[in-house]
Design a protein around this ligand. Structure first.
Ligand SMILES: *Cc1c(COP(=O)(O)O)cnc(C)c1O
Length: 423
């Protein structure tokens, strides 16, 4: 039995119907933008392993930082203790976030970062003896798979089985040129009810929805309305954070500042699971009291794990180098050139680019489902060609690691041109 077959004996994979799933390639090695499976087949990782890996696989600088930390202090509990790495990382992260972000809460993944933001919003009002139990989110949003995060997520088949057990969330459409005014009015009319604690959103790009993009100016207006009604705004930058949109954070495109931010995916350069939720002073102060019951009762065993912190510090340092910043610009330029070249293709409905993110929608008859037939055809075509892309329905997107070479990226573009011939 090879690894792929053995895997089937033991493992239950995410988002997988095992009855119909093929054998999964068993990856045994990675370097930079490349991965190799047990048969020596090479793959270009054109989605940075689910958006986590900007600096390439087996990155030596991050690996060295992790090794050094593991042999100095691998872990210590964060309840009742602190450590140098958490202090350094918080100071660093706050120095690159919007200036109103003042406090850092650590957890393990994007979903927990979102849970913490939602819990903080609800408890903030509870602590003031105000009853605000609902939140607002976008249609087709994705905020994670734990209960709170899942409630905020709007991709319906992800959450269908759990309706009735979820926090109450009211959805507004993602603003477009056509509906912006209506969306603003809808949000404002909702907020008069005083039932809402927060509005959570993926700023500028809805990743899991298929890299759906909207304007910063529209988001600014939505945030402004929330501020007017004292409803907290939560920017879920789990996907967009750390350079993906061409700026360090998508929120850097805004004039307004969100009250809370969620970070995870690229935080440690794709090495160690870790997440951060950040808060304004105002939110922190809503828990600051002589009354112990007003504390935020949330924590995870591995909160602020020093090894994760060391990986994140090395990763942020890499992000800030001239070389990586140039790479981000170059990928954006190449995406724009590719977009010019194929946007009029008769099989393409629309293309979009922001930062290192490129997406195109293939024209289809009717609605193409998330994991439907066309999606599987596209996915298998790319895998066959040794390129890892995970189309969403009829949407093909690229979100490469920043260290992908020009040649590798051209190969990815070439494979997309070829796939358009067979769909
Ligand atoms: C992936 C993602 C999450 C969930 O992160 P996990 O680490 O998978 O729990 C939350 N929000 C956004 C925007 C994401 O892209």
């Amino acid at each position: 039995m090879n690894l792929s077959q053995k895997d089937k004996l033991y493992n239950w994979h995410p988002y997988t119907q095992h009855k119909t799933a093929a054998d999964f390639p068993a990856i045994v090695k990675g370097k930079d933008a490349l991965l190799w499976d047990e048969n020596g087949k090479e793959y270009i990782d054109a989605i940075a392993s689910w958006w986590v890996n900007p600096f390439g696989h087996s990155n030596k600088i991050i690996a060295d930082a992790i090794y050094k930390q593991l042999t100095t202090l691998e872990h210590v509990l964060f309840g009742g203790f602190t450590h140098n790495r958490a202090v350094e990382l918080s100071e660093k992260v706050l120095s690159i976030l919007p200036s109103n972000q003042k406090k850092v809460f650590y957890s393990d993944n994007g979903s927990t970062a979102v849970e913490i933001a939602i819990k903080a919003a609800l408890q903030f009002f509870y602590n003031k003896e105000e009853r605000r139990t609902k939140i607002i989110a976008f249609e087709d949003a994705f905020h994670g798979d734990t209960f709170g995060a899942m409630a905020a997520s709007g991709i319906s088949f992800f959450t269908e089985a759990f309706q009735g057990s979820l926090l109450e969330v009211v959805r507004i459409p993602v603003p477009t040129q056509d509906n912006e005014q209506e969306v603003l009015i809808q949000l404002e009319s909702l907020l008069y009810s005083k039932e809402f604690a927060a509005f959570i959103f993926e700023p500028l790009v809805l990743g899991a929805a298929g890299m759906v993009m909207y304007e910063a100016s529209a988001l600014d207006k939505l945030i402004e309305i929330c501020k007017k009604h004292q409803v907290f705004t939560i920017a879920d930058e789990v996907m967009t954070g750390f350079g993906k949109t061409g700026k360090t954070f998508a929120c850097n495109y805004l004039s307004q500042k969100p009250d809370m931010m969620c970070l995870s995916k690229a935080l440690t350069g794709g090495t160690i699971p870790m997440a951060i939720t950040t808060f304004t002073q105002e939110i922190f102060d809503g828990f600051y009291s002589d009354d112990v019951n007003k504390a935020l009762f949330h924590g995870h065993t591995f909160t602020a794990n020093p090894t994760g912190c060391a990986a994140a510090l090395a990763s942020i340092e890499l992000l800030c180098t001239e070389e990586i910043q140039q790479n981000i610009k170059q990928i954006n330029q190449l995406h724009l050139q590719f977009q010019e070249k194929i946007k009029t293709h008769h099989k393409i409905k629309v293309t979009r680019v922001l930062g290192v993110i490129f997406a195109l929608e293939i024209k289809t008859e009717g609605q193409e489902s998330y994991y439907g037939g066309l999606r599987n055809k596209l996915y298998n075509f790319f895998i066959e060609k040794g390129i890892i892309l995970r189309p969403v329905g009829n949407i093909v997107y690229i979100l490469p690691p920043y260290i992908i070479t020009k040649e590798q990226l051209q190969k990815v573009y070439g494979s997309i041109e070829k796939v358009l011939e067979i769909v």
